[in-house]
Design a protein around this ligand. Sequence first.
Ligand code: ZN
Length: 165
Amino acid sequence: MPQQDQITNDKVVTFHYRLSTTTGEEIESSFGDEPLLYLQGAGQIVPGLEKAMMGKKKGDKFRAEVSPDEGYGEKSELKPMPVERSAFPEDAHLEVGMDFMAEMPDGNFMPLWISSIEGDTIMVDSNHPLAGETLFFDIEVLDIRDATEEELDHGHAHGPGGHHH
Ligand code: ZN
């Protein structure tokens, strides 16, 4: 039997994770919930975590420390900007921390995050909420399998916890 149980590029990995920052504050966790699925080597997860996953085996539990440049980037100098609520679709449910794609005057799209809401003024930030943070991922590898042709084609994992079509 070939070595099937190690994470290499083009493997689909099922895993649980807990994400926290240097303060120890938990940001997100999948433990007790549905695990996640991703395709190794496809850039579906932050680069630092993808690197740490390489070579791990089914059942492995470990902590990965990811610096901002291999996580959600350094914080840019740009300050949050005010946008009127009327600039959003009327039925949009706006929440702090929510992200959306904004069309720039040059026609390019850029991800923005809602940093605060003050009445009808929505403050939007070009920084990911975790930009500039060192990230700590507590990982448990639940399953590893070969990617299907279709998954390799699409560049992402399919199935529960992955992409649905
Ligand atoms: Zn797909």
